[in-house]
Design a protein around this ligand. Sequence first.
Ligand code: HMG
Ligand code: MG
Length: 314
Amino acid sequence: MINGLPQVEPDGELPDRVTIYEVGPRDGLQNEKSVVASEVKAEFVRRLAAAGLETIETTSFVPPAWVPQLADATEVLAQLGDVGKGPRRPVLVPNERGLDRALEAGVGAVAIFGSATETFARKNLNRTVHESVDMFRPVVARAKDAGLWVRAYVSMCFGDPWEGPVPVEQVVDVCARLMDLGADQLSLGDTIGVGTTGHVRRLLDALDERGLGVDRIGVHFHDTYGQALANTMTALRHGVTVVDASTGGLGGCPYAKSATGNLATEDLVWALDGAGVQTGADLGSLVETSVWMAKQLGRPSPSRVVRALSGSDD
Ligand code: HMG
Ligand code: MG
């Protein structure tokens, strides 16, 4: 039975409204061992949209050899039709070839994805940080010329599995370089989920000092160490209003083995619903979607809220 909702007690320190940037179909499914059928992926996006999620990252135009799980990006978008189009349906693109494919598919928004560290830039993009910025430059320029909305992710903002701690100044420098290309929004990736609340504040303050205010920033926490919701609430208390989350807590990065699922959208919506913050998302519909998706994937959702509300812990 799915009927639970939190008691609403407004929290005056939080924004009135938060935009959920749903990454389940991309960050979630890129990391699944099995390849999910295109029809199931398209149905997943449709269900998420019907549950009231306005922004949904649908897929990724990277070489199939790099991420076979999302090799069917063109097919998924063809199946989605108008549901996959517009400025609130971004797709990942690493380079001009990816942008060409995305434009052919009719997308209205793209996301480039850089790294705060050299090791992960090499592993995830086969480039140095400098070379990857050069790779993204024409992508952003051409995307803006074509009228697309552009997001810039930066991974390993809070720690790197190979390099360890990542200096805040180094993260800010990469963020500024990518935003200087002309992106509309920055997403701070805690790819391996190691960040804690003071670190979140420190990075947001340092970005602000560099002219990158919270109005242009989203946060992207993986939940490896159980810190994703605490870190998100800290960012919201600091003025951020865009939060990346993945329905059912799916997610990870095939090029960073220590990455696990993203903050579960249901866990976020429970917290925000309870605090009286508007998101537009319907918690019951999200849980039903995760229960359906868990059946497709053959394993239960790691989200605490999904498990509690769907009775899968009984
Ligand atoms: P490369 O091998 O150096 O690429 O990879 P290349 O330019 O040398 O091209 C190699 C071949 O791939 C060529 O084909 C290209 O045409 C083709 P060939 O001539 O050999 O027949 N090719 C493409 N085909 C289709 N689509 C394309 C494309 N590009 C080239 N777009 C590259 C460099 C950047 C492409 C590669 O390293 C790459 O795609 N990496 C992405 C890996 C990835 O998707 N990782 C997961 C997403 S990032 C993430 O999850 C983190 C995030 O969630 C935030 C966080 O949590 O921190 C966003
Ligand atoms: Mg991620």
